[in-house]
Design a protein around this ligand. Structure first.
Ligand code: DAH
Length: 359
């Protein structure tokens, strides 16, 4: 009997050492210690033994059982470590390898330009604010000093949604200016935000699409003046067009939500069909701006005798077309892969002022 135990132990120990996976080890465990296993079988025999025999064999079999259990546990931990190492080796990524040049995706020029603008204004201390594409009449018009019956409403070619049960119609926002209202209603001045995003008007030709993009800017504080507006726009346009200097022309204009209002032109040349920003004899209209109208401040519960500020709004698609030399806005939204491959930007080249906006 003692010999039988010794040889069984040698056999099981060898099989444990020979396993190469947790599953194989489990098979060995079941074959030895399971209900119908070889060790369990011997243990069952204890019942039929004489008390003297049992006194010897009992401890011997228990010793066998716990030795085997110990061997199995030790082997298990070795196998687990090996399996983990194999998995880690299989999943190894060499982070020092260069990014594949033929990586499929690219950044749309529009997204690129929005990232560039956000980066420029972040350096100037502006946060990015957002509002919904589906706007209330109040935020899109009324609070911006465009009451019902105001002729400016007709200029906007607005998409209206069907009225709800109360007869209230939402609109697809016609500009990013409603984000001014949302920001002033939810934040205490000083406020410095830009709000890039989608805008909608029922209009379509080579330079207009029903969905397009704008970026809004808003600064509200106790002593903000027109000089700040001009300086901010100069800093922005210089950085955006990556030129050493820009000359701006502020032209008196009219927007219901600003007083005074002005349109901003940037000096440029149109030699050989290419627009060059920064010098030349031509002017390119680039954005609308002005000092926030006191009625707008009041609609946002701000006291115009305490707070003033400036705002501006600018078409992003147009900026992208100017900067990257695209002449048909409709191609922006065609989803043509050839166009995207040609005009797209590499996904990991994030624009930074220090490293270069567009490179
Ligand atoms: N919201 C105007 C538009 O879509 C653009 C604009 C003009 C925005 C003047 C402004 C501003 O914030 O001050 O045509």
């Amino acid at each position: 009997m003692q010999e039988q135990i010794a040889s069984l132990k040698a056999d099981i120990t060898a099989r444990i050492a020979g396993t190469d996976s947790i599953a194989a080890l489990e098979d060995v465990r079941v074959a030895a210690l399971g209900k119908k296993g070889s060790v369990s079988g011997l243990m069952k025999g204890l019942g039929g033994m004489s008390p003297e025999e049992r006194q010897v064999m009992g401890p011997a079999l228990n010793g066998l059982k716990s030795d085997i259990a110990g061997d199995i546990a030790a082997r298990k931990s070795v196998l687990e470590t090996a399996e983990l190492e194999a998995r880690l080796a299989g999943e190894r990524v060499d982070v020092s390898l260069p990014v594949l040049d033929h990586a499929a995706g690219s950044i749309h020029p529009n997204s690129q330009v929005m990232d560039e603008i956000a980066e420029i204004f972040a350096v100037l201390g502006f946060d990015v604010a957002e509002g919904p594409d589906l706007e209330s009449d109040f935020h899109n018009f009324t609070a911006l000093n465009i009451p019902e019956e105001h002729p400016a409403r007709q200029d906007h070619d607005t998409f209206y949604l069907s009225p709800n049960a109360e007869g209230v119609r939402k609109v697809l926002r016609t500009h990013t200016s409603p984000v001014q209202i949302r920001t002033m209603l939810s934040k205490e001045p000083p406020i410095r935000i830009i709000a890039p995003g989608r805008t909608y008007r029922s209009d379509s030709d080579a330079t207009h699409t029903p969905m397009f993009h704008q970026v809004e800017g808003l600064v509200i504080d106790k002593d903000t003046h027109l000089g700040h507006l001009k300086g901010t726009l100069e800093a922005f346009l210089k950085a955006f067009f990556e030129v050493d200097a820009v000359t701006l022309r502020l032209r008196p204009s009219y927007f219901p939500f600003t007083e005074p209002s002005m349109e901003v032109d940037v000096q440029c040349s149109f030699a050989d069909g290419n627009v060059k920003i920064g010098d030349g004899n031509d002017w390119l209209e680039i954005l609308g701006s002005g000092m926030v109208h006191s009625n707008v401040l009041k609609a946002c519960n701000l006291d115009p005798d305490v707070y003033q500020g400036f705002a501006f709004g600018c078409g992003i698609d147009r900026l992208a077309m100017l900067k990257y030399g695209m002449n048909d806005l409709r191609a922006f939204f065609d989803g043509d892969l050839r166009w995207l491959r040609h005009y797209g930007f590499r996904a990991l080249d994030l624009p930074t002022l220090a490293g270069g906006l567009s490179r």
